[in-house]
Design a protein around this ligand. Structure first.
Ligand code: FAD
Length: 433
């Protein structure tokens, strides 16, 4: 009882701190832009120091926002962001939009409004960093070399098999089409096998069964419980949610082979399942290859970038290289967008100290509140779980927004939902609420 009360109080305190930091950022950014308007800012061609940010998802985009927004107008630094995707890929809604039609274009949010800064500060390049050298990064498409004084690696994680976990396409038009292909494949299938009982697998399996109750949906997970990285209460709730809808759950077994022509998957136990569609929701791995040749010692055997508490990479030869988000190895047990953004804030504060001629001293500490999760269990239910290892809280909620509040995400990113001049999808898509 007291454990839970303490937990509520600490969650409340955490939310206040987060809101306070956001307010501070908004005020200081407004002040910087006001100073730039009054006294001018250094033109971009006179900014001879460069902060390069590689990757602009939850981590890199947030670093860009905090650093570009707070760089003093008269300073010598500029920020260059390198990101291959035309739009921000909002991962949270991908399992849902792979099942439910008509909203897929909303998962791809235009870049542009989230980062507010003085003129001349920001350069945005749509490309991929092919390699990182001691002083420059090399771009994949243009071949251009960009010199850096300070580098932030925020390349996240990926999965070769793509959806429902990740959209392996850089252009929105292609991404939207890929999501629609999964929707059609689920609609056409009689039996779907989903591999992986983490959040993505549970969400896509429950949404598919909820949308198509007559289909056979089988979820295969190698552990004794689904959602095994979270507390027991969420594990039980997730299992109950799957079973309530009629998803067949196979625990303690693993998909070893998938033969799409023979329409068959084979499990470790030897069981063969005939299925029309196999959805792989396992196996995300960190995208650290760009750093490996420069600093092999800072890349662990599982591909994560090893970092110091200041989030400088764990290689004394490169104190000017930072890493944050899913690509890093930190004490965060279940990396997610919140922990990526809190790491981004630490990196941003350190980079701003360096700009100011000081040493980077801010350290990242995992906060257990970052690991909270809201798990959908079908189209109209969810479970929110938060635990500190001793006590936990779980809320079961009835949901009435099939789009998982994507509208407010667009608003938070400074945009009018769902206006996107760069996307020439069908006109009805753009005005749909
Ligand atoms: C399906 C799904 C649902 C999720 N749901 C939630 C949720 O509900 N709540 C939550 O908190 N978390 C959720 N997560 C986790 C969350 O998405 C990740 O923790 C978060 O995306 C990590 O952000 P990141 O910026 O570190 O990396 P990523 O999001 O992986 O982004 C990395 C970025 O770097 C870019 N990049 C990669 N290589 C290069 C290169 N060589 N050069 C330039 N750019 C490069 C990529 O294009 C990408 O934009 C979910 C994840 C998935 C897959």
């Amino acid at each position: 009882m007291f454990g839970k009360l303490g937990l509520y109080a600490r969650v409340f305190g955490y939310v206040l701190v987060v809101l306070g930091k956001e307010l501070k950022h908004v005020l200081s950014t407004a002040l910087v832009r006001h100073r730039a308007r009054l006294f001018g800012s250094t033109p971009s061609d006179q900014r001879d120091r460069t902060i390069v940010i590689v990757g602009a998802s939850f981590a890199g985009h947030h670093v860009a926002r905090l650093v570009a927004g707070q760089l003093p107008p008269k300073c010598r630094y500029r920020v260059v962001v390198v990101e291959p995707n035309s739009h921000f890929h909002f991962t949270w809604v991908l399992p849902r939009f792979c099942v439910v039609r008509g909203h897929e274009q909303k998962a791809f949010i235009p870049y542009g409004r989230y980062v507010q800064c003085s003129p001349g500060v920001l350069e945005w390049i749509q490309d991929r960093v092919a390699s990182i050298g001691k002083t420059h990064v090399r771009l994949e498409k243009s071949g251009e070399a960009i010199r850096y004084d300070c580098l932030v690696v925020a390349t996240g994680s990926g999965v070769k098999t793509g959806l429902p976990s990740r959209v392996n396409a850089t252009e929105k038009t292609v991404g939207v089409e890929l999501v629609r292909q999964v929707q059609s494949a689920i609609e056409a299938a009689e039996t779907v096998v989903v591999a992986g009982g983490g959040a993505v697998g549970v969400e896509v399996a429950t949404d598919a069964k909820n949308s198509y109750p007559d289909k056979t949906i089988i979820l295969v997970h190698p552990r004794p419980a689904v959602m095994h990285r979270f507390g027991k209460r969420l594990q039980s709730e997730a299992l109950a949610g799957l079973e309530r809808l009629g998803v067949e759950v196979v625990l303690g077994d693993r998909v070893m082979d998938e033969d799409s022509e023979a329409k068959r998957v084979t499990l470790r136990s030897g069981r063969e399942i005939h299925c029309d569609l196999f959805l792989n929701c396992t196996g995300q791995s960190p995208c650290s290859d760009v750093l490996r040749s420069l600093s092999p010692q800072s890349v662990s055997s599982d591909g994560h970038i090893q970092v110091k508490p200041t989030l400088q990479i764990a290689d004394d030869e490169f104190p000017n290289i930072y890493a944050c988000g899913d690509v890093t190895h930190t004490e965060t047990p279940c990396p997610n967008a919140r922990s990526a953004m809190r790491q981004a804030a630490t990196v941003a504060r350190n980079v701003l100290r360096v700009v100011d001629g000081k040493q980077p001293t801010h350290v990242y500490r995992h906060h257990w509140v970052d690991s909270f999760i809201k798990l959908t269990l079908g189209l109209d239910r969810s479970a929110t779980f938060i635990g500190d290892g001793h006590s936990d809280l779980m809320f079961k909620t009835r949901e009435n927004d099939v789009t998982l509040m994507i509208k407010s995400t667009w608003t938070r990113m400074g945009l009018k939902p769902f206006e996107d001049d760069s996307y020439s999808g069908d006109a009805n898509e753009k005005i749909e609420g």
